[in-house]
Design a protein around this ligand. Sequence first.
Ligand code: SF4
Ligand code: SF4
Length: 385
Amino acid sequence: MLSTGSSSTEAARPLQGPPLWLLAELTYRCPLQCPYCSNPLDFARQGQELDTAQWIDVFTQARALGAAQLGFSGGEPLVREDLGELIGAARELGYYTNLITSGMGLTEKKILQFHEAGLDHIQVSFQASDEEVNNLLAGSRKAFEQKLAMARAVKAAGYPMVLNFVTHRHNIDHIDRIIDLCVALEADFVELATCQYYGWAELNRAGLLPTRTQLERAESVVNAYRTRLQAEGNPCRLILVTPDYYEERPKGCMNGWGNIFLTVTPDGTALPCHSARQLPVTFPNVREHSLAHIWYDSFGFNRFRGFDWMPEPCRSCDEKTRDFGGCRCQAYLLTGDASQADPVCSKSPHHHKILTARAEAELPQPPIEALTFRNERASRIICKG
Ligand code: SF4
Ligand code: SF4
């Protein structure tokens, strides 16, 4: 329910801390069609987007609960014409704000407008260091040129330059060229983030998962660049996020279910993580419930809190306080049961699925064109089943 106060079970609340990080997925609309997009496969049939006043109400409620960081994401958040207004409202509420964008639709004028409205941070994502590969993956012939121009404009406006490259088997062998490009652009932070295999990336996993050899080479290249950049006094920081498919233990997903992160999707559905929509769990909507109720009392946010929901082997495992049994979405996608141990864990009875995926990655690489691109048409076909 928008514009509401607290719910009735406040006495039970001190056990669970407040949400600290609010991710506002303002829209699923996007001019690009990355085949690894984390948006749901059926995004084309999602409901109507929240309007400006409804989003500001969400920000107000989350801030009252204790949220301090607000990320604007999508789809492409720049397609929302009210983005400047939303940024201004978030600043007035005292948030630290971050815009996560492909750069498509960004202009120097908008950057200045957002700066004046109080935006703290802009992250521009690229698909590759090579114009042809970048544009092929993005599904746009203009994407690379536009991204370069906007990355420079972000820096010229006084922001740190934060670049994001999603890495996979089609670009990871060029990680040196990616870093060279970032250095040439005078980037301050570079996130070299491997695909997370949910949403469209999971659909395309066989065409995206790098081999272990590719990954090890990429790690050694990044380490060599770190050493070189440091010796040269270059402040550019490289952050490499490797795929957990090559680990023996899962990551502590979202720092625990419903523990810190709160995502609100374009139609107002609230999620404990941006991928959770694909789970067979009923999640609450901000149109019907207050955020206080959603965060503390709703079924969806309590479903995997704590440890009581865990079956074996997690239930009696002494590592459960570190990784919370791993990722619920990955468990569901790979086993059909969201309460199972994440199959990345070598103790999971489903770990062989990860081993199979690693073996598939060794097969000859299909061309980029063979991937399923994230667009309305493909989403509608998937919706029809
Ligand atoms: S990953 Fe690509 S397709 Fe998905 S929202 Fe971002 S830019 Fe758009
Ligand atoms: S068995 Fe469960 S809790 Fe233990 S390490 Fe594996 S995923 Fe983590």
